[in-house]
Design a binder for this molecule. Structure first.
Ligand code: GLY
Ligand code: GLY
Length: 374
């Protein structure tokens, strides 16, 4: 068991948690080689439960790339390349809206380390494949569920479309990425900075019809993880486009997150639900921490910069306790406890979830000095 000192400074606990993370990931890939789990069941990764959709296959390799870069470690480098190659064909996958999640965490990190254009070509292809989801009438990238559906989650995947367009000088692809962000900003982000999970459009006219949800409490409520996808994703969209409107939206989402979350920084699954099943959803907190560290590095406003940086540290201070870090929970195979995937379908509730693990590791890496914007 990796050592963890709950009374140590934030930075020391972060470094210890990254050591613990390596122990847990090594345990998973030793016990279940080439397996890509989404969530644990009573703390165990390997089980026969449903996935709903295949969007998490980059996060395991993504953590390996972070471990490899931090430690210049041959074991992690070799495993990271292996786990990235296992998902290489997904660059052509038109079934999901998640190729940003899949390739930004893996092949993009690989390219960052090597500058190898053959590696970069996979990232660009994934961005082009995502571009095929564009609906010209409604001006949005469609979700995996239906042609008339736009998810807030897609904001975390539009970055790779901007990237592919920028790297290849493809103006039409750039337009699609920009219009998706403008559509999302207009119809899925509300005046108070909260977000809807899904928008439904009329396919004939392109008219926006209504907001709805799959993973939140109800159509007009605020699913916390969806908002963190927007907070982080609009920041990335600004970083890759320079369009100030996207920075403005990211800041509105961040301000809503801070205003509505408890003082410890970990929100429930949905802020509006009167009697939530659980008081906390740790993966939203981990995504917010990483997204806020990015936003602090992007905003030109010194007051906001300090606020976002301070709040990210508050979140991590909470997650770096044994209430959340599984370091002394016997036989728990994940890193971060108290995450939830899909409460309505009863999938992965109060468990470790693979994106929670990844964005927690990413946030700790940033806290300890890795570039905050990507
Ligand atoms: N991002 C995968 C999903 O929305 O289910
Ligand atoms: N639908 C992807 C997620 O659970 O955030």
């Amino acid at each position: 068991m990796a050592e963890f000192d709950p009374s140590a400074s934030l930075e020391i606990r972060a470094a210890q948690a990254l050591e613990f993370g390596q122990t847990q990931v090594r345990g998973l890939i030793t016990q279940s080689p080439d397996f890509f789990p989404l969530y644990t069941e009573e703390g165990k990764w390997q089980h026969g439960r449903a996935a709903w959709t295949n969007w998490c296959e980059g996060f395991l390799g993504g953590m390996m790339w972070i471990f490899a870069r931090r430690g210049e470690d041959v074991y992690w480098r070799e495993r990271a390349e292996h786990y990235s190659r296992l998902i290489e064909d997904r660059q052509h996958d038109t079934e999901v809206h998640d190729l940003g999640f899949v390739f930004w965490s893996t092949w993009k990190r690989w390219f960052n380390l090597t500058g190898d254009e053959a590696i970069q070509a996979r990232v660009i292809q994934a961005g082009r494949t995502m571009g095929q989801r564009f609906n010209d009438k409604g001006k949005f990238l469609r979700s995996f569920v239906a042609a008339d559906s736009c998810f807030i989650d897609i904001m975390m995947n539009v970055g790779i479309v901007f990237y592919a367009a920028n790297e290849t000088g493809d103006e039409d692809l750039l337009r699609k990425a920009r219009e998706h962000c403008l559509t999302t900003r207009k119809f899925l982000v509300r005046g108070d900075g909260s977000t809807a999970h899904e928008g439904i459009f009329d396919l004939q006219s392109g008219e926006f019809l209504r907001q709805t949800t799959h993973q939140g409490w109800r159509s007009d409520s605020s699913w916390a993880r969806g908002l963190t996808w927007a907070l982080y994703g609009f920041g990335t969209a600004y970083h890759l486009s320079g369009d100030e409107r996207f920075l403005d939206t990211a800041e509105q989402c961040a301000d809503f997150f801070i205003a509505r979350s408890p003082s410890h920084g970990v929100p429930p699954n949905d802020w509006d639900e009167p009697s939530p099943r659980l008081p906390v959803e740790s993966s939203a907190a981990a995504i917010a921490a990483s997204g806020l560290l990015q936003l602090a590095s992007l905003t030109g406003d010194q007051t906001r910069k300090t606020m976002y940086d301070t709040y990210a540290r508050t979140i991590l201070d909470t997650l770096l306790t044994t209430e959340f870090l599984a370091v002394d929970t016997p036989e728990w195979e994940g890193i971060l406890k108290h995450g939830s995937y899909h409460e309505r379908l009863d999938l992965g509730v109060d468990e470790s979830v693979m994106w929670g693990e990844y964005f927690f590791v990413e946030a700790l890496d940033k806290l300890l000095g890795a570039p905050a914007a990507s």
